[in-house]
Design a protein around this ligand. Structure first.
Ligand SMILES: [Zn+2]
Length: 203
C-alpha cells in the first residue's frame, strides 16, 4: 500500500492594517496566516499544490477564509497570499526523484563508456550479448582468441527471450566448439547497429 496525500503548513504570517471587521464592525487590523498545501508520498513532500489564507480580526478574534470577506479586504490579502512562496523543502521529494534519475543516467553513461573501452581493447573471456536473427531471441558469444585487428568468438548454443537476462545462459558448458572470426571493425559495426548490445568483461 502506498501512503500519499496532501498536508498543509503555515508558510507566512503577519498583519494587515486599516480594515473594518465584517463581524464586529471595528476599524482594526487583521492577523493573517498563509498555509502552503503540498502533496506527499510516505510523508516525503513532493511538490506544493496550493495555498490558503486565513485572517483573524485583531479586535473580536473571529477568523475568516478569503471567500467570507468583502472585496475591500480580499484586494489586500490576495497579493499577500501570492507573495507567500512555497518553501524549498516542499519540493524535496521531486529533488530526490531527480537525483535518482540523474544517477541512473550517469550509471548508463559510465557503462556505455566501459563497453566502448572493451570494444577498443578486447580481452579473452569478454562476453558479447547479441540479438539473434530470430525476433526477440538473444544469446551470447565469448572472445576466445585475439589477433591484431580481429577476434575469434565462440557461440553460446542457448538463446533466451529476455534481452537483459543473458547472464542466465552465460555458462562455460554452453559454449560450443563452433567459432567465428570477426574483424574489430565488424564488431564495432554490430555494436553501433545494436545487434551487439551489451559487453561484459570477466576480468
Ligand atoms: Zn472583529
Amino acid at each position: 500500500m502506498i501512503f500519499y496525500g496532501s498536508n498543509a503548513r503555515r508558510i507566512n504570517h503577519g498583519k494587515i492594517s486599516n480594515v473594518i471587521c465584517p463581524d464586529c464592525g471595528t476599524s482594526t487590523y487583521f492577523n493573517y496566516s498563509v498555509f502552503g498545501k503540498y502533496a506527499h508520498i510516505y510523508w516525503i513532500p513532493l511538490f506544493p499544490v496550493g495555498k490558503k489564507i486565513i485572517v483573524e480580526c485583531g479586535h473580536c478574534k473571529k477568523t475568516f477564509e478569503k471567500k467570507e470577506l468583502p472585496k475591500e479586504i480580499t484586494q489586500k490579502i490576495i497579493p499577500v497570499e501570492k507573495d507567500s512562496k512555497a518553501p524549498v523543502w516542499q519540493y524535496s521529494g521531486l529533488f530526490v526523484i531527480a537525483c535518482i534519475i540523474a544517477s541512473i543516467i550517469y550509471a548508463g553513461k559510465v557503462s556505455d563508456r566501459k563497453e566502448l573501452e572493451y570494444l577498443q581493447a578486447p580481452a579473452i573471456g569478454d562476453v558479447y550479448s547479441y540479438e539473434s536473427s530470430e525476433d526477440n531471441h538473444y544469446s551470447t558469444m565469448k572472445v576466445v582468441n585475439i589477433l591484431d585487428d580481429s577476434i575469434t568468438v565462440s557461440y553460446n548454443t542457448y538463446e533466451i527471450d529476455k534481452k537483459y537476462s543473458t547472464d542466465q545462459i552465460d555458462k562455460e558448458e554452453n559454449y560450443e566448439d563452433f567459432q567465428e572470426k570477426f574483424s574489430l571493425n565488424d564488431i564495432k559495426e554490430l555494436y553501433s547497429k545494436e545487434i551487439i548490445y551489451e559487453i561484459k568483461d570477466t576480468k
